[in-house]
Design a protein around this ligand. Structure first.
Ligand code: FES
Length: 129
């Protein structure tokens, strides 16, 4: 996109705690970056429902489909929940958990370079540390 910087730095890798989130801007595009295990995941920080900043939401897990009466908890730290109406998004794919084919947040590429985390527009991908 014209006028949007190619990348923004989200700090030194060693300063990130597990599960920590930060925000950066790529020009006018706000991004939320979350450390998921040893990966750094970045999404555009705007909920596709009504535009809430996802960075103000909870980083959490979800219950998996299972037999009646069972609700196994999984994927801790891989889901972000919108602070306004509770829609949940997969931090790895940007897809909504309840309607993954129609609702999604744009995923931004991350890269670890020279000990720092960078977020980029363009092709998505999550870089390992
Ligand atoms: S604005 Fe995110 S669920 Fe409504």
């Amino acid at each position: 996109v014209r006028g949007v910087p190619a990348e923004a730095c989200a700090g030194r890798v060693d300063d990130w705690r597990p599960g920590e989130r930060r925000t950066v801007r790529l020009g006018r595009v706000p991004a939320v970056v979350v450390r998921v295990g040893d990966r750094f995941c970045a999404l555009v920080d705007r909920c596709p429902h009504q535009g809430a900043p996802l960075s103000a939401g909870l980083v959490t897990g979800t219950t998996l489909p299972a037999a009646v009466g069972e609700h196994p908890w999984d994927r801790e730290g891989e889901i972000i929940k919108c602070p306004w109406h509770g829609w949940e998004f997969d931090l790895l794919t940007g897809r909504s958990l309840c309607d993954p084919r129609r609702e999604r947040v744009r995923v931004l590429a991350t890269e670890v370079r020279d000990g720092r985390v960078y977020v980029r527009t363009g092709a998505a991908g999550h870089s390992p540390r």
